[in-house]
Design a protein around this ligand. Structure first.
Ligand SMILES: Cc1cc2nc3c(=O)[nH]c(=O)nc-3n(C[C@H](O)[C@H](O)[C@H](O)COP(=O)(O)OP(=O)(O)OC[C@H]3O[C@@H](n4cnc5c(N)ncnc54)[C@H](O)[C@@H]3O)c2cc1C
Length: 383
C-alpha cells in the first residue's frame, strides 16, 4: 500500500522555502544549529507526526514521517538536526511505562522538550554495538553511569538523550546482546553533574559530539523497557531510523536530479545544451531509475514496519538502495555542473558531502551487506 502524502509534501516544501541555500551555508560557516528551522517544523507539528494522538501528536504512520523528511531534503535542506525525534521517541511509545509516556510524550509533541540525542556509538564500538563499555550500575534509587559515547549527534541541542549502556558485565551474560539497557536521560539535570559534552568538527554541519559520563546519577525510573533487554528495545527504532534515512536519501536524489536536469537544459557548451550529450544525460537517467527502484523498496519497508512484522531485511535494503541512488544522483550532478558544482552558492557540493554520510551512518553499507548475507541469504556469519 502506498499512501498519498502529496498535500503533506506540498506543505513541508512550502515551509522549507525560506530556509534556502544561503541559510544552510550560513549555518555551516558558523557551525551553528538550525534553531529557526527546527522551531518552524516543531510549531507546524511535523516533528510530532509519529506521536500517538492521545499524547498530542498526529499519530501518523512511518511513511508520513518519511514524506516530511523527504520533502525537507528535496528542498535542499537537511533534517539531521531534528529527525532523531521521529525514531528515538518510538522507544518511549513502544516500551515506556504509562508514567513515562504521560510525562514526556506530550511535551515532546508540543516542542517543549527535544529528544534528539541517541547515545549508542562509542570510541571502541561502532558497528559492533554489543561491545559497548559505558556502564550503568544500580545503586539504591539511581543508576550510576560511567563511560563515553562518540558521534552523539545533536547532544548540545537536546533536552533528553536515549542512552544505551551495559547494566550486566559482558562476562556475566549468556549472549552478548543481553545485559544492555536503555535510559531516557534528562540532560538538563545531568549537565555539570557527571555529564560533559564536546563537539566534534566534521565535514558536514551535523552538530555531533563526544559525551562523557563520570559518576552520573540517573534516576532508576529513567529505565525504558526491561532491564538487560535494551538492544531489543531500540532495535525497532533502529529499523525505523533506517527507513526514515532512506526517505531522506530519496529527497537528496530528487534535489540533485531536479537541479542537474534544469542546469543540463540551460547550460550551453559547443553551441548546444550539455544535456544533449549522452555523457551528461545517461548518468542522470540511470540515477533516476535507481531512485525510483529504491523508492519502491523504501515504501515497502515502511509498510512492513507499520504492519508490526520484522522489517529488518526491508529496512536495510531500503537504506542501502536509497543511499546509493542518492550518491549516484550526486555524482551525476557534480559532473553536470562542471566547475560550478564546487561553488558553494550552487548548493550541490554541500548536499554531495551530506549525502555521503548515509553510506556510513546510522549503519554502514558493509554491515547491511553482512546482515543480508547472513540473515536473508543464510550465508555464514562474516564477522
Ligand atoms: C556524522 C555522524 C553522525 C552520527 N550520529 C550518531 C548518533 O547520533 N548516535 C550514535 O550512536 N552514533 C552515531 N554515529 C555513529 C555511526 O553510527 C557509526 O560511525 C557507524 O555505525 C560506524 O561505526 P564506526 O564509525 O565505529 O566504524 P567501525 O565499526 O570502526 O567500522 C569502520 C569500517 O569498517 C567496516 N567494517 C567493520 N567491521 C566489518 C565487517 N565485519 N565486515 C565488513 N566491513 C566491516 C565498517 O562497515 C566501516 O566501513 C554517527 C556517525 C557520524 C559520522
Amino acid at each position: 500500500m502506498i499512501d498519498d502524502w502529496t498535500d503533506l509534501t506540498a506543505a513541508v516544501t512550502h515551509l522549507c522555502a525560506p530556509f534556502d541555500n544561503s541559510y544552510w551555508n550560513g549555518l555551516e560557516a558558523a557551525g551553528a544549529y538550525p534553531d529557526a528551522f527546527v522551531q518552524a517544523l516543531s510549531e507546524a507539528g511535523y516533528l510530532a507526526a509519529l506521536i500517538p494522538e492521545e499524547f498530542g501528536g498526529s499519530g501518523l504512520p512511518l511513511a508520513a514521517g518519511g514524506a516530511i523528511l523527504e520533502a525537507i531534503h528535496a528542498s535542499g535542506g537537511n533534517a539531521a538536526a531534528c529527525h532523531a525525534q521521529m525514531y528515538t521517541m518510538g522507544a518511549v511509545v513502544r516500551h515506556g511505562s504509562a508514567a513515562q509516556k504521560e510525562r514526556y510524550l506530550p511535551q515532546i509533541a508540543s516542542g517543549a522538550l527535544r529528544l534528539q540525542a541517541f547515545g549508542v556509538t562509542e570510541p571502541g564500538t561502532g558497528s559492533d554495538t554489543t561491545q559497548l563499555r559505558t556502564r550503568a550500575e544500580r545503586r539504591g534509587d539511581v543508576f550510576v553511569v560511567n563511560g563515553q559515547k562518540v558521534w552523539t549527534s545533536r547532544a548540545m541541542h537536546s533536552d533528553l538523550m536515549l542512552l544505551l549502556a551495559r547494566t550486566t558485565p559482558l562476562d556475566q551474560v549468556a549472549r552478548r546482546s543481553e545485559g544492555l539497557s536503555v535510559f531516557l536521560v534528562d540532560m538538563r539535570d545531568a549537565l555539570g553533574k557527571g555529564l560533559t559534552i564536546q563537539p566534534i568538527e566534521t565535514m558536514i554541519n551535523h552538530n555531533t559530539c563526544e559525551v562523557f559520563f563520570e559518576d552520573l546519577e540517573v534516576p532508576a525510573d529513567a529505565l525504558i523497557g526491561k532491564l538487560g533487554q535494551g538492544l531489543r528495545c531500540i532495535m525497532t527504532g533502529m529499523n525505523a531510523e533506517r527507513v526514515l534515512i532512506a526517505y531522506e536519501c530519496l529527497g537528496d536524489a530528487a534535489f540533485f536530479l531536479r537541479r542537474a536536469v534544469a542546469y543540463a537544459g540551460e547550460r550551453e557548451v559547443f553551441g548546444r545544451p550539455i544535456g544533449q550529450n549522452q555523457g551528461i544525460q545517461f548518468p542522470l537517467a540511470r540515477a533516476h531509475a535507481q531512485t525510483e527502484a529504491a523508492r519502491l523498496m523504501v515504501h515497502r519497508a515502511a509498510d512492513v514496519f507499520e504492519s508490526g512484522a520484522d522489517c529488518g531485511a526491508e529496512a536495510n535494503m531500503a537504506k542501502l538502495l536509497a543511499s546509493e541512488a542518492a550518491w549516484a544522483a550526486g555524482e551525476a550532478a557534480i559532473t553536470t555542473f562542471g566547475g560550478y558544482a564546487f561553488a558553494r552558492d550552487y548548493g550541490i557540493e554541500r548536499k554531495w558531502r551530506e549525502t555521503r554520510l548515509y553510506q556510513t551512518a546510522p549503519i554502514s553499507t558493509n554491515m547491511i551487506l553482512a546482515y543480508l548475507g547472513q540473515h536473508v541469504l543464510g550465508l555464514p556469519r562474516s564477522y
